[in-house]
Ligand binder design. Structure first.
Ligand SMILES: *[C@@H]1O[C@H](CO)[C@@H](O)[C@H](O)[C@H]1NC(C)=O
Length: 246
C-alpha cells in the first residue's frame, strides 16, 4: 500500500497536465491513471479499463473473476463469438474486429465469399465470427479445412486463405484464449495486450484501424497506437459467420 501511495504521489507531482487529483486514503491519485477501491487500494487504468480489486490484487475483468476474495480465470468460451474493441477513450470503442484481406482490422468491413454453387446455403458473411479452442483460434466458416488464425511475424493477426494451410514462417498459432464474459487474450509475450493503431492519415477514411499484439520488444514502436481490450460477444453454439472470409 505504501509503495502504491508513493507512486501515485510522484505521478501527481511529476506531470503538470494532469487533471484534478483525488484522494484514496492517504494517497493522491489521478483518476485517469488509477481507480481507488475501498478508499484504500489503487489499481491502474490499462487499455481504458480501471482494473478491479480482489483482496488487494488488481485484475482485469477480461480474464479473471473474483469470488470470495479469490481470483480465478474466467471459463473458456465454448461457442463462436464476435469481438469488439473495448477502450472508452477512443472513437472505435464498441466497434467490431473485422476480417478482410487475411487480416483482422478494427472497425473495417468484413470481407467474405460465397461460391455460386452454394448460393443461398451460405451464411450472410457480413460479420466476423471466430471460434477458439485449446489455445488456438479459427474463423467460424463453412469452407472445408477452415481458416486458422495466427499472429504473423509483425504480431498482426492473420488467418489462412480458404483451401490453404499456408502460414508465414515466424507466425504464432498458439496462446490465443477467449474467456466467457471476458476478452480475447494473447498469452504470448507475457501479457502486454493489444494495441489499436489508427489508419494512416493518407488513408482518407482508410481500411479501419490495425490490431497489433504488443510485446516487450515492439511496445516502444507503437507510439501512435492505443491499448485496447477485445471483448468477447458469445453467439449461439454452431453459429457460422461466412462460407469463407477473404
Ligand atoms: C514481438 O513482436 C515483434 C513484431 O512486432 C516480433 O518481431 C518479435 O519476435 C516479438 N517478440 C517476441 C518476444 O516474440
Amino acid at each position: 500500500m505504501a509503495r502504491l501511495a508513493l507512486a501515485a504521489a510522484i505521478l501527481g507531482l511529476g506531470n503538470g497536465v494532469l487533471g484534478a487529483l483525488q484522494s484514496c486514503g492517504q494517497a493522491q491519485y489521478d483518476p485517469s491513471q488509477y481507480v481507488c477501491w475501498d478508499n484504500q487500494f489503487l489499481c491502474p487504468v490499462t487499455s481504458g479499463e480501471g482494473l478491479s480489486n480482489c483482496a488487494g490484487a488488481c485484475y482485469s475483468k477480461f480474464m479473471y473473476t473474483c469470488t470470495n476474495n479469490v481470483l480465478a480465470l474466467l471459463p473458456p468460451v465454448d461457442t463462436p463469438f464476435t469481438l469488439t474493441v473495448d477502450n472508452p477513450n477512443i472513437p472505435i470503442h464498441g466497434k467490431p474486429v473485422t476480417a478482410a484481406g487475411q487480416h483482422w482490422l478494427l472497425n473495417g468491413q468484413t470481407s467474405s465469399y460465397c461460391p455460386s454453387q452454394v448460393g443461398s446455403a451460405c451464411p450472410p458473411g457480413d460479420t466476423t465470427v471466430i471460434g477458439a479452442n485449446g489455445g488456438s483460434a479459427g474463423m467460424s466458416v463453412m469452407v472445408p479445412g477452415g481458416q486458422q488464425v495466427y499472429l504473423d511475424p509483425y504480431w498482426n493477426v492473420g488467418y489462412t486463405q480458404a483451401h490453404s494451410a499456408y502460414i508465414p514462417p515466424g507466425s504464432v498459432t498458439t496462446g490465443l484464449a477467449a474467456y466467457q464474459g471476458g476478452g480475447f487474450i494473447n498469452l504470448n509475450g507475457n501479457g502486454w495486450g493489444w494495441a489499436a493503431c489508427p489508419p494512416r492519415a493518407s488513408g482518407g477514411g482508410g481500411p479501419g484501424w490495425n490490431l497489433v499484439a504488443k510485446n516487450a520488444t515492439n511496445a516502444d514502436g507503437l507510439g501512435e497506437c492505443v491499448g485496447v481490450n477485445l471483448k468477447v460477444n458469445s453467439l449461439p453454439s454452431g453459429t457460422v459467420g461466412a462460407w469463407q472470409y477473404t
